[in-house]
Design a protein around this ligand. Structure first.
Ligand code: FES
Length: 151
């Protein structure tokens, strides 16, 4: 049985959130959060990439098209990128993405950009829990849903 959450049945709905994280800092921080058994919402699916600069804005748009209700992008802090300036490029790209998402009808509050180091398991916990709470508040996204896309 499927539930059409756009018709008001939110009782069975739980947001899907995709996290694009860099391998060197945030992934390790997320791993630390897990091994430290920090309590986190179970809504986030992590996709590991070499660097935040590898996150093409189209990945984010595609995630929404394929049924994500929220997206997290996270990498190393300023000055800590293992490829030197990758996160600078990422930050510049994402400031433009905000305008693009707005134009496409996706609320910018559905996208979280955060810098989380390998030792910041607690910060990763906060990012996950706060993003999940915010997206729950916003409800499901339908603006970019692909034809035939799974919900
Ligand atoms: Fe982490 Fe570049 S390696 S942001």
């Amino acid at each position: 049985m499927t539930h059409d959450v756009r018709q008001g049945d939110r009782s069975a709905w739980s947001p899907k959130i995709v996290a694009f994280v860099c391998n060197w800092c945030t992934y390790t921080g997320a791993d630390l959060a897990g091994t430290s058994r920090l309590k986190m919402e179970p809504n986030v699916r992590v996709i590991k990439l070499p660097c935040s600069s590898r996150v093409n804005p189209l990945f984010i748009i595609k995630a929404f098209e394929r049924g994500a209700d929220g997206v997290i992008v996270s990498g190393c802090h300023t000055g800590d990128c293992h490829y030197s300036t990758g996160n600078f490029h990422a930050r510049r790209r994402f400031s433009i993405l905000h305008d693009l998402l707005h134009f496409m009808g996706v609320d910018n509050d559905r996208v979280t950009f955060a810098w989380v180091s390998a030792s910041e398991g607690n910060k990763w916990q906060e990012v996950v829990n706060e993003t999940t709470a915010r997206v729950k508040q916003l409800g499901p996204v339908a603006a970019l849903e692909e034809k035939g896309g799974a919900r």
